[in-house]
Design a protein around this ligand. Structure first.
Ligand SMILES: [Zn+2]
Ligand SMILES: [Zn+2]
Length: 225
């Protein structure tokens, strides 16, 4: 009996795609952690702030001035050209979700390609003369090729992002090796991930349809200075 994969898995695929699109949209438009023009700095935390020599504004340590966006971003990780936005304290969690759901969806695409090629609808040589089969085969190959490229690239990026959060180091800090000598409190991974996602509830780490509330961590601890 012929099976139709698109009907069989329509709902889960739509859900994954919805989450992916929500992460992409929100990561692109969300404020990554831009600093206000005149931040109110508590006196007790004054020593943990510094002056940016590019925009002459006070910012908490670990902030970075993004030359493309033209302002400082709190706990900036990097500027991502794919979302045309900085990845910083306030949207890092959305960027991680984007990587995660992209991996799931590209894996799913590869599995469907594989099943379609070998299992669901065997493309036999006698069908090759038919227009639709010839083109379907080409589309399958393109889909599998794109799936492999995206899965490989995003998996590598996601892995480095996870290592960064485990070690509580941003990509910028890793590149500049600025924090190797700084003794900072070793935090458990649950704490570093909770700070990025703004909640201790692990199930919520996977949900893009919510508002992130920063955990109330004082700067002297959050910024390991
Ligand atoms: Zn600046
Ligand atoms: Zn930027």
């Amino acid at each position: 009996m012929e099976r139709n994969p698109s009907e069989m898995d329509k709902i889960p695929e739509t859900q994954k795609l919805g989450k992916l699109m929500a992460s992409l949209f929100r990561a692109s438009v969300a404020d990554p952690g831009k600093l206000p023009e005149n931040p109110k700095i508590p006196i007790t935390e004054l020593e943990h702030w510094e002056l940016c020599n590019k925009c002459n504004m006070m910012r908490p340590k670990r902030s970075h001035h993004c030359s493309r966006c033209g302002h400082c971003v709190r706990r900036m990780d990097h500027h991502c050209p794919w979302i045309n936005n900085c990845v910083g304290e306030d949207n890092h969690w959305l960027f991680l979700q984007l990587c995660f759901y992209t991996q799931i969806l590209s894996s799913y695409t590869l599995i469907l390609d594989f099943c379609h090629y070998y299992y669901f609808l065997p493309l036999k040589k006698e069908n090759w003369d038919v227009f639709v089969f010839r083109h379907e085969l080409a589309l399958l190959r393109i889909s599998a090729f794109m799936g492999l490229i995206i899965l490989g690239g995003i998996s590598r990026l996601f892995y480095t992002q996870l290592v960064g959060i485990f070690t509580d180091t941003t990509s910028i800090e890793k590149m500049s090796n600025c924090c190797e000598d700084i003794s900072r409190p070793r935090k458990p991974w649950q704490q570093t991930f909770s700070e990025v996602f703004g909640t201790h509830w692990k199930i919520l780490w996977f949900i893009p349809f919510r508002q992130r509330q920063p955990l109330r961590v004082p700067y002297h601890f959050a910024n390991h200075v």
